[in-house]
Design a protein. Structure first.
Length: 176
């Protein structure tokens, strides 16, 4: 596939690059869009979540450009996200134990999809680093925490909606 000179037929200037940097940017673009979908699905409910997601969504795009461009994630972002994670985790404390099947409301499922995209972003960061690209440690930390936040938010939504989550007991790991 060759780069088309017609800008109307080019979705992203780096789309034809080889390697994982563009993949990372596409994945974090998807992640940012999934956060927007979560906001849309809130539909005026859960104003605490809406405020947090409105603040979080631009951070996803800041992660996106923080390798090719300037690093745009800072410790204050980590502190804020840790604070939100702790608060939401406390809300479901004792309700969720271990792994759960990704089920529940459409909004909870969207949080699970965002969680999965955060994992993809982490894997792309690992691949970039393996290939000698300087990946600021804060990006991996942020994406890992973000993944955990989305997992907890799925539980928060299910709990608030009265949906009991289904535990998952692995036959591959742990006791049999």
């Amino acid at each position: 596939m060759t780069k088309n000179k017609d800008l109307d037929e080019l979705c992203y200037p780096f789309i034809h690059e080889q390697g994982y940097l563009c993949d990372f940017e596409v994945i974090t673009d998807e992640l940012c869009t999934q956060v927007g979908m979560c906001l849309a699905l809130l539909d005026g409910n859960h104003p605490d979540l809406a405020a947090d997601l409105a603040r979080l969504q631009p951070l996803c795009w800041h992660v996106n450009g923080s390798i090719r461009g300037r690093l745009a994630i800072v410790e204050d972002n980590m502190d804020w996200l840790h604070d939100r994670y702790d608060q939401y985790r406390e809300e479901i404390d004792g309700i969720r134990q271990g792994f759960v099947l990704p089920r529940g409301s459409v909004l909870a499922m969207q949080f699970h999809l965002a969680r999965s995209s955060a994992k993809k972003a982490i894997r792309a960061l690992v691949r970039l680093e393996e290939r000698g690209v300087n990946v600021p440690a804060i990006l991996g930390r942020f994406c890992n925490l973000l993944c955990n936040v989305f997992f907890v938010l799925a539980g928060v939504i299910n709990q608030r909606d009265g949906i009991v989550e289904s535990p998952f007991i692995s036959k591959s790991y742990g006791k049999i």
